[in-house]
Design a protein around this ligand. Sequence first.
Ligand SMILES: [Zn+2]
Length: 453
Amino acid sequence: MLLIARYVIPVSSPHIEDGAVLVKGNKIEDIGKADELRIKYPDEPIKDFGIAAIMPGFVDTHTHLEYSALRGLIYDVPYVEWKFQLTRKSQRFAYKDWMDSALLGALEAVRSGITTISDVTSTGASCYAAKAVGLRGLIYREVGTTARSEIPYVLQTAYRDVDNWRANSDPEMIEIGIAPYSLYSCHPYVLRELADYASDGTQVAIHLAGSKEENEFVKNGTTAIAHGADHQEYDADSFQSSTWLATGVSPVQYVLNWKILDVPNILAIHCTHVDDRDIATLADHDVAIAVCPRCDSKLGNGIAPIEKFLKAGIRVSIGTDSPAASDVTDPIDEMRLALLLQRATGTTHSDFITTSTAVNLSTLDAAKALRMDDKIGSLDVGKLADIIAIDLSNSHQLPTHDPTSAIVHTATQENILMTMVNGRILYDGKHVSSVDVQRIFERTEEMRVKLRN
Ligand SMILES: [Zn+2]
């Protein structure tokens, strides 16, 4: 199939005006000027998107699909209160709710031009949802406990899940990793055990340095997180709050002590509260970072210093995070916010992040963060056909001069014309063929009622 549009943005090279991409099977077979490819492949069926851009699909490096049906539930409160209210309310969800909630998330993802997710889950719902919709995924089994005595049991259960999820997934489409709980709800021995477990290359994701409360908890042991945890579900045999020994160091230096940064593949999520020493530590250990600007802004958790990460040579990327926090899973909106926040708070001209950098953070750099850039993240011959088309023909977009700038500054998830994963068109701008959308919407309404009161 020959995909044609006014612009083709390979990301790995400058954009092509009046370009085309040839897809054969699940791979990109050719790329170039539309006129030339039409002549070269006269028998190929053609899909012409007009005034639009064809580009690699978005690689969303931080999602929690299973929280999609908790969208809009808790709002106008800062992080700690949001977290505790969410934990309390989400206990009303049964297994099938988590599954259908993740399906809603996968549906939104594919409609938003996301072709790969990097998802943290306790239930495995995102494995099911990604498979059902046809997304590519790196799914991390979340594990942790505050009680030392429970560690062997929770780890064995998690490792068994990892094995089962691997056995039930197509390794070409879904990779399974592991993710420790947030530092304030995870005994440090869990980190040490996971460091051993993942020394074989198993991918690790860790929420790290994402709030001032986490920072103060690790450093001083006394914050709202500790007080909130006291009257939550955690019991007396735990390490935190009353028995937590203040470490006097930052979250990054704390996890360094527990060896988890030594694993070959690790993605740190958020990193809004890091100093220069922390950034050097993350760079030294080749830790990739997922920044989540919308979630971090909405919950009052600060701004990750993307420019500093890039200067330190860190593999940086953008994640949309949980819809329970960020409401929309829109990678274009997320890029725009990342760029605007950096520009608004930058102090020197060198802090002026470009639109092509922003697009990179959601495509090729994101693929690098997940160690998948040999297969996805750019439009290059031989790579897998994870491709999207974005409409640029609307009144708020015309005229276009530079497609990358037009996408970052004028487009939204509503402008996605096509999402193709592994050579399959999953979304054609109107329909998602792989799932019963009406049933998901009806289930969402049921879950809404369940969450009320
Ligand atoms: Zn998260």
